[in-house]
Design a protein. Structure first.
Length: 168
């Protein structure tokens, strides 16, 4: 009987630890930092705890380097954030170890949404349930902004597969 009481008292502690790990999902906490690099339209580097942390923008996919509008997307992102203090709202870690996040500009706007609005990114439905991104993409398509001026834009996930000799 004494043993079962001991186990009973430990269960709440184990439950709290388990719940905490579920709540944090193992992801880093949100943070703010100065943008010190722009890899491409949807990947930046932000100073965090004394090092440049790679941030992949959540819910969007910009054209790749070498793909139409890839350079334009990178330039747009650079103009919006390079050297500026941004807020990082962490949503995930990707398979490459990058922090996946919503990036909030100093004025409170979302960089992720600004890229879609400008027609420089697709809503990446596979990884995002953000219906606002879908509406912004629909609006950009209708206005033929950015990559939507191309009559047949190739989504980056298809372009990457094609570069590896596979079909999308």
């Amino acid at each position: 009987m004494h043993r079962s009481r001991s186990i009973g008292k430990q269960q709440p502690i184990a439950l709290v630890i388990c719940l905490l790990s579920l709540c944090t999902n193992g992801f880093a906490a949100d943070f703010s930092g100065r943008v010190v690099g722009v890899t491409d339209g949807d990947t930046i580097k932000v100073l965090h705890n004394g090092r440049a942390e790679k941030i992949r923008l959540h819910g969007i996919d910009c054209p790749e380097k070498g793909q139409p509008f890839g350079t334009k997307a990178k330039q747009f992102t650079s103009e919006m954030v390079f050297g500026k203090e941004v807020s990082i709202h962490v949503t995930d870690m990707d398979r490459y170890g990058r922090t996946v996040a919503d990036v909030i500009l100093p004025d409170g706007r979302s960089l992720n949404r600004e890229l879609v609005t400008a027609g420089l990114a697709w809503w990446y439905k596979r990884y995002s349930q953000d219906k606002i991104l879908g509406k912004l993409e629909t609006d950009a398509r209708a206005a033929r902004r950015g990559l939507w001026a191309d009559p047949n834009p190739v989504p980056p996930w298809c372009w990457r597969k094609q570069m590896k000799g596979r079909e999308c």
